[in-house]
Design a protein around this ligand. Sequence first.
Ligand code: NAD
Length: 485
Amino acid sequence: MNLTAPDRIANYIAGSLQAPLNGKYIDNINPATGEVYSQIPDSDAQDVDEAVGAAKIAFESWGRTPAEERFRILNRIAELIDENLDALALAESNDNGKPLWLSKRVDIPRASSNFRFFATGAMHFSTESHNMEDKAINYTLRQPIGVVGCISPWNLPLYLFTWKIAPALAAGNCVVAKPSEVTPMTGYLLSLICKKAGLPDGVLNIVHGTGPNCGAAIVAHPGIKALSFTGSTRAGREIAATAGPMFKKVSLELGGKNPNIIFADCDWDKMMRVTLQSSFSNQGQICLCGSRVLVEESIYEKFKAEFVARAAKLTVGDPLEESSKQGAVVSKMHFDKVMSCIELAKQESGKLLLGGNSVQLEGRCKNGYFIQPTIFEGLGPNCRTNMEEIFGPVVTLQSFKTEEEALQLANTSDYGLSATIWTQDVSRAHRVAAQVHSGIIWVNCWLLRDLRTPFGGFKNSGVGREGGWDAMRFFTEPKNVCIEL
Ligand code: NAD
């Protein structure tokens, strides 16, 4: 299979590649070069309606397709993603600005493991039975919902897109999905892969376009009964407002402002190496990045010196170069937002320890959107810089004296997505993990993923978190059957 990025991408509806019905397109810009490199359908409610119609028809047979057959097709999609690793990674890097090596080593392999995991899920999915002694037996039928919507963001394009689509399909639903308009190419290439894998027409429909024109139409469509959304808290709020009165089932994976809590007794070398990654991987554009680094006072100065020195060596460069540790941020709009957050941190009297500027590269990337890894200290926990999500290569350092103070700082946030704890004291690790108000806690590690575990955040970071088979359960309607004996 030869996957190449076309100049103009198409929607994938009812198994065919088609232009948007309104004939409108938007530009797809490579953020590393600042140049338009393809066109994306600017789809609207008409295309979404067509996609829902196709999905409804396909559901009649996909909902009854034997689990073994669903397994076979979804597993074939996983294999084809693996076989096309290089093409998919290049498409993602060109869309997103992230280093090509990162796409190859993390994003694309995780996308194929999403399909592989939920393919086997189709085979192992089971439901409950409850016995009322000699009175009755209840059993739960978990039937697919029908047509569901999946909407994903730009930061981990194929990885997050497939994390929604694969469990929905495995559970027997048909899907209308929309990748981010900022990073559409891997979603488009996935439609070619699905065709090749033999996924029946209409089972997955991929409609491209903006949030207001296309995403909102998916959310509001009465034929779509459940929605899985990953993106900003702002959009999540809008989606909840539309979906609530329509009684749709909704899973919202939203923003974060994650604490990275470092105690003096940590494994220093590992903590330092992983903290650099958790602060700056993908230019800080991972919802799970630790953007608030909280350090025990006794090691604060030592930490600061080494962290700043090592962050200063992270090469910002062309994403296609293996030596580039940092690529471009995703768009001009996001570049402007991150730079304005840096200005805000200065106005809030933050002391700039590193970076704070854009980076001007030469050659192919001379018009790209690059920002230095940036570190501030001296900002209180309640200032906007420490409360609002920046989603860029910007972290703040704060010190704490006691475990209690660390918890107070960690929990001073309206977000509650993830947290990282560094300590060798096993009791403290358990104690702190239980008290941090976040949905995902890593102890002495970061970004390890086990698809069997629940994923998602507390507070403004979302609702409806589920993991493993539960991610498939989200896409089912449980029905209790009670039989009197
Ligand atoms: P975004 O909310 O702007 O867009 C996400 C997706 O939703 C895009 O496909 C967009 O077109 C669509 N969209 C936007 N407004 C919509 C609306 N009103 N109705 C329907 N669809 C709409 O987010 P983004 O800028 O693409 O992504 C960055 C955000 O995503 C950050 O806040 C980040 O923390 C969050 N994120 C969260 C997780 C998580 O697992 N919790 C993972 C990755 C990213």
